[in-house]
Design a protein around this ligand. Structure first.
Ligand code: GAF
Length: 388
């Protein structure tokens, strides 16, 4: 983690509260290798936490108030009273609702809080599909937990509270993937997460395999409504198939029921059912270091997101085609995250990264003419305290 980030959080805290913070904590963003829109269908995902973080500097208060400073937003502030029902901050400080939502969920969980001062700094690229909002929610909850010096909530429970903040306070009906990997990530590993049991099985990311993230610079528009609509379509398909979640349906069942399913709903369900199978196969391939199979599964995943789930955009399709052509059979690429813009993820032998990055830099421009942003990342541990 970058030390300027930590220094920014500390300086902002001291500037606002005239004393050093009691504790510093961090929560990372994430990239998903495969398993898209499967989490809220009780299915499987294969993300890793990445080397971009939200850092929170925190200190106690005794007056039941919470004061928050956003170091990266020109030290914008927010202040509210602790409670089980905290009013929204309003559209002009949308960032503050992630904090308010996380605090409200901590209070509802029964954490014995008496008030807090927080200063927040982060370097997770925003609006890129790398889970900056999950990192913020998880970091705030981790910071509140550190004030109590308590073993609870566990990392998994903390992720559930962060998801509740997003679902019930912010209003996006996301699944658990982003918050869970931010809370539970493991250095040098991707995690196969069973989004029903919340069990995670690590798969090592070998040193000779690189994870590259390429930001298409396509702005993610109308994401929330399109996301919630996809979720409703999946629920509709599950109802038709007589299962609680699409995790429990097979392709055979779907095809048999196909004649009385709307074509769009059929395709949404086909994506989820096949993506779950691909994700399980990808975990096995990654575990045996099989880049060729990983590449094939990533390519199939992208086609399924493009044609069945319809969450890609033409510029991202072009970027994935370019990446796949440059990488060849040893590895692969696909769009990552919720969709409608944002980033692609690519796997390749480490010694290929410079060549591939140069080719993408030269060969891709967003519809607005912006060059791509390229990061070769590594998998990091999930949220936790930072040494002082
Ligand atoms: C977003 C959501 F927040 C996740 O829960 C997940 O559904 C993802 O889109 C798509 O896989 O990041």
């Amino acid at each position: 983690m970058s030390s300027p980030l930590i220094q920014r959080a500390i300086a902002s805290y001291i500037g606002a509260f005239d004393a050093p913070p009691q504790t510093l904590v961090q929560a990372p963003g994430r990239v998903n290798l495969i398993g898209e829109h499967t989490d809220y269908n009780d299915g499987f995902v294969l993300p890793c936490a990445i080397d971009f973080h939200t850092v929170v500097a925190i200190g106690p208060r005794r007056d039941g108030r919470v004061r928050v400073i956003a170091a990266d937003l020109n030290h914008a502030g927010d202040e509210f009273t602790l409670g089980e029902t905290i009013a929204h901050a309003g559209p002009r400080s949308a960032w503050a609702d992630y904090v308010r939502g996380a605090v409200q969920m901590a209070v509802r969980e029964g954490l014995p809080l008496a008030g807090a001062n927080l200063a927040i700094a982060g370097d997770v690229p925003q609006g890129a599909g790398l889970s900056s909002s999950a990192a913020l929610e998880v970091a705030v909850l981790q910071a509140l937990k550190s004030l109590l010096d308590s073993p609870v909530p566990s990392p998994t429970r903390l992720a559930q509270l962060a998801q509740a903040a997003e679902n019930d306070y912010v209003g996006c009906q996301c699944g658990i993937m982003d918050q869970l990997i931010s809370a539970c990530g493991r250095a040098d590993h991707a995690l196969l997460i069973d989004c029903r049991s919340l069990e995670a099985r690590p798969a090592p990311l070998p040193d000779d395999m690189a994870v590259m993230i390429v930001h298409s610079r396509v702005r993610r528009g109308l994401v929330e409504s399109a996301y919630n609509e996809r979720r409703q379509q999946c629920e509709q398909a599950a109802r038709h198939l007589g299962v609680s979640h699409l995790r429990d349906a097979s392709l055979t069942q779907l095809v048999a029921a196909g004649w009385h399913l709307d074509d769009v709903v059929f395709r949404r369900a086909r994506h989820v059912i096949t993506e779950n199978a691909r994700t399980l196969a990808a975990h096995e391939a990654l575990t045996r270091g099989d880049l060729v199979t990983m590449g094939r599964l990533m390519a199939e995943s992208h086609v399924s997101m493009r044609d069945d789930f319809e969450i890609t955009v033409p510029a991202i399709d072009d970027l994935v085609t370019l990446l796949q052509a440059e990488i060849g059979p040893q590895g692969g690429a696909r769009m990552t995250g919720g969709g409608f813009g944002g980033c692609c993820v690519a796997l390749m032998p480490t010694d290929q990264t410079e060549r591939v990055a140069a080719a993408v830099e030269a060969g891709y421009r967003s519809p607005d003419g912006d060059p791509p942003r390229i990061w070769v990342t590594r998998a990091v541990d999930g949220a936790g305290p930072l040494p002082r």
